[in-house]
Design a protein around this ligand. Structure first.
Ligand code: ADP
Ligand code: MG
Length: 337
């Protein structure tokens, strides 16, 4: 069955929609829900306003607020096999701040998310395959903030933190892109990866005065690089797994912000719409794919399209008060599908 799922994913862009549960404040204040899940098994989700106007969206999977991390992960598990088979994979979480992007990707210690589970799965398969394959795994953790790339594995205070990182085209070796100077931490098991990811998260927090606000305004990106060698025939593979917690997609009225904040907002809008443009150009097989329009898409250039696999989680809130943003996210997701 897993094998069939892998085939299904081949060369595909998939979109999963996940709705977070109401939080305690919303329950206390008696918030109303704007989302219906009757068709969830068929990948359908219906959004209603004032209980009257309704719109139904269709996705590859829909997860209602009751869906737990295990259920969500079961649908993403085949992607670890793809990475070890030599495919590049990107997994994103898109949505407004507070819609559950970080919960889905990172999760909590009690309810670990896609990042940890995918990596755990990756190392389990490496162990299963150890008689026929040899793998080397390394990890980079970076952040794109205001169209600047920052290495989160470089300890704060070191002169490296202020160094501007740029994206360079790789000549030879099958091409692709590379960020010279970016730390690549070699890892041998899931605990080591977990430690590296933690260092990355800490690096992110330390640098900002308001951690939550900062994380909602930057893209947090993990890149897992895998080199494989088939011990039977000597064939080698090189692949990447990107795990991306995107900046909040909420629209901020231009009149509300000025100066630095306006620039920040414009950069977020620009990179998220660039991502939408790239994925929808790929989906419609357009001859020109506008990768260079943002740092985010430029970084991901060799992992989007071709025979790589893309999975986007569109995160939404159930709250009717968030309906405008939810509709924006759902429309964005329909466009890339
Ligand atoms: P975002 O990263 O999109 O800003 P978060 O992942 O931080 O949003 O989620 C906001 C809050 O909602 C967090 O406290 C998170 O733990 C909680 N939350 C989100 N999704 C779920 C879920 N599916 N189940 C339980 N709690 C969730
Ligand atoms: Mg977050």
């Amino acid at each position: 069955e897993l094998y069939n799922k892998v085939l299904e994913l081949k060369g595909n862009i998939r979109v999963f929609c996940r709705c977070r549960p109401f939080n305690s404040e919303e329950i206390t204040s008696g918030a109303t829900t704007a989302v219906e899940f009757e068709g969830a098994k068929d990948g359908e989700l219906t959004v209603k306003s004032n209980g009257i106007s309704k719109k139904t969206f269709k996705f590859d999977a829909v997860f209602s607020p009751e869906a737990d991390q295990v259920e969500v992960f079961e649908e993403t598990a085949p992607l670890a096999i793809s990475v070890l088979d030599g495919y590049n994979v990107c997994i994103f979480a898109y949505g407004q701040t507070g819609s559950g992007k970080t919960f889905t990707m990172e999760g909590t210690n009690e309810a670990r998310g896609v990042n940890y589970r995918t990596l755990e799965n990756l190392f389990n398969i490496i162990e299963e395959r150890k008689n026929t394959f040899k793998y080397e795994v390394s990890v980079s953790v970076l952040e794109v903030y205001n169209e600047q790339i920052r290495d989160l594995l470089v300890s704060s205070g070191s002169s490296q933190t202020t160094k501007r990182l740029e994206i360079k085209q790789v000549v030879g070796e099958g091409g692709g892109h590379h960020v010279p100077g970016l730390v690549e931490a070699q890892v041998n098991n899931v605990n080591e990866v977990w430690e590296v990811l933690r260092t990355g998260s800490n690096g992110r927090v330390v640098e900002s005065t308001n951690a939550n606000e900062h994380s909602s305004r930057s893209h947090c990106m993990h890149c897992v690089m895998v080199k494989g060698e088939n011990l039977v025939n000597g064939e080698c593979t090189k692949s990447k797994l990107w795990l991306v917690d995107l900046a909040g997609s909420e629209r901020i009225a231009r009149t509300e912000v000025q100066g630095e904040r306006l620039k920040e907002t414009q950069n977020i809008n620009r990179s998220l719409s660039a991502l939408g443009d790239v994925i929808s150009s790929l989906a419609t097989k357009s001859p020109h794919i506008p990768f260079r329009n943002s740092k985010l898409t430029h970084l991901l250039q060799d992992s989007l399209g071709g025979d790589s696999k893309t999975l986007m989680f569109v995160q939404i809130s159930p709250n009717e008060n968030d309906l405008t943003e939810s509709l924006c996210s759902l429309n964005f997701a329909s466009r890339v599908r």
